[in-house]
Design a protein around this ligand. Sequence first.
Ligand code: 13P
Length: 284
Amino acid sequence: MRYANIRAHLNLSKEGLMRRFLVAGNWKMHGSSEMTADLISGVARRAFDAASLSEKRALAYDILVCPPAPFLVQAVHDADAQYISVGAQNVSQYDSGAYTGEVSLAMLAEVGCEYVLIGHSERREIFGESDQVIAQKFAACVGFGSEVIPLLCIGETLSQRKSGDTEKVVAAQLDAVLNEVGIEGFAKAVIAYEPVWAIGTGETASPEQAQEVHAFIRNKLRGLDKPIAEKIQILYGGSVKPANAEELFAQEDIDGGLIGGASLKVDSFAGICEVAQRLSHDRV
Ligand code: 13P
């Protein structure tokens, strides 16, 4: 396991035990080999400049990029020297076998992926992934020793929010996974709260709306295991940009972002990383 990963999941900031920020880019089905190279080198340069660091290992937060599968090998190679982690956007729930088009955890681990997104709303809605399939994928990560860390995405649709069901929906999505792996399965995992109505719409949950749901998620986990709940990073996703990252990341239970559109350009992704760098100082 690479350095950034170990540090993030022991939750060791240099100074103490507060949760570190994680700024994660979900490129979705965008990108190219050229973009992978340019984005990783550009973001690394900006991040380390902003931190005034010559020693790259000392970033106060963690950066993750999740490019499409064909670019994972290159991304790991390009990111290695820079201490940016690489994650996949999806994984099979099966170990191996006749599953055309699927990619296994062992394959992701072998090429150096440290994280994998599980249960993104686009996988749920467009590709019909059920709570049960998502729980199986999460369980596969846990069964694999969480060498590839599951980043579980949960969140409500607009109509669910309007009918006052946000907490019920989020709780059910969590329960589906908890029933499969227990709270111990979350000892090495990340959660992203992504309200579906805020994804790719330019509309963001207000910092208060987001904090409310993040606190709900953490409290739910706290009821099962306090240390795990205190340690787990809960990211916010949904139209995060440099202009709104600061007020979102300043919330007590928001530990960074899962960024779509704004992760595709060096300027905007690095701008969000810079917010994490600045706010990290308030967290120790
Ligand atoms: P946007 O940042 O483009 O709204 O996408 C969010 C998202 O789906 C990240 O997984």
